[in-house]
Design a protein around this ligand. Sequence first.
Ligand code: AMP
Ligand code: ZN
Length: 449
Amino acid sequence: MSNLQLTNSLTRKKEIFKPNNLKKISLYACGPTVYDKPHVGNARTLVVFDVLFRVLKVLYNSNVTYVRNITDVDDKIIEASQKNNKDIDEITKDVIKIFHENCKSLNCLKPTVEPKATEHINEMIEMTLSLIKKGFAYENKNHVYFAVNTFKDYGKLSNKNLDELKSGNRIEISDLKKNPMDFVLWKPSKEKDPGWKSPWGRGRPGWHLECSAMSEKYLGKNLDIHGGGLDLIFPHHENEIAQSCCNNNTKNFANYWVHNGFVTINKEKMSKSLGNIISITDAVKKYSGQVVRLALLSAHYSQPLDWNDKLLSSQRATIEKWYQLYEKSSEEISLKEIDILLDDLNTPGFIAKIHEFFTNANKGDEKSKKLFNSACKLIGLFDLTKKEWEELKKVNKNISDDFIEKKIKERSIAKQKGDYKLADRIRDELVSNGVIIEDKKGKTTWKFK
Ligand code: AMP
Ligand code: ZN
């Protein structure tokens, strides 16, 4: 095969990837909104697009520009600042730091550019002015809205017409809008909230506008690939398309739209609003970055991935086994060997192939050993040397959820019996293993430090 194929959300078909310019492949993935610690669901997007970036680099001799933005102005950040009584700058700075540490532990390559929204406000104001001038947007009381009925392709990515979108989604109600589906490009800021001077008064940009303005600045008016998690198709990506296509008078904003499925817990999407998140930091602490990475690649990117201890333990066993054979290699894998991966980034198929190389290498086949090493390297595994891995294992005692819960039960029995000494001893034991427990309303919860 040796042609990359991707499932394009725009056509809902698997298509052969044909770049605009072989010398400059463009990839844009929506990055985090930095209001809270990133979770394992966010990590999936990071790792999936990191693998795509690595594959594109192999295919196109590194002529790839990968842009992943940081949304550092947003209502969620303002809310977090009020809730935690913490400065906005402090929140975004702290979360960006954690995010970068997380990317490093997951062994994600640095994107070519990582633009911050707050550093591109001028570009956003320019784009808004231009959309108003061309008749696609209107101002009302210091707000600027995009008029969705001016764009005939609105809904094409989500495969729905305006009425279906309206009934199926929570739409922000406002008397200021001409159509309830119109979305905000610019809105006024309260005095204490972040804001910038603009022709419509002091205010801030809408989230969708941020990505349209930043992607154009670094990648031009027609991108090869634009990606993100499945939840971004509507409204975020639909609105990015509307803004960019109308402003640039183009038919396509991105030629290929790639969306990853959700990480779930007990079949429910991992999300802050459901309160079922596991932070990347905690997952990495418990299992190590490469075990988390392998787990995230164990299912096809388009499918849901259920996060549980069984999955993680089995990935850990694989990494442990593979470390016995792995040797750092400078050898690149040949295109023939990555056929499976080129077929819509089939990582589970590719991992099965690595298992096969492993088995044959253990039977003494030197070629399989080389392939094993270079295949692992291609998908970003084994950033730690064997020695570093052994050291990490010593630090990380790998205590299981079962063990922790057993200890919590023992502690609560001890407390019921009035044996507070024993209860404290159990608590200390957990703390020394990096586990913090908290008693609230008769219930004990735990988390890693
Ligand atoms: P956010 O910081 O919420 O804007 O999300 C950053 C990225 O993570 C986006 O591409 C989301 O689509 C993605 N994402 C959020 N939750 C999940 C999840 N549970 N599974 C997979 N991807 C997710
Ligand atoms: Zn975006």
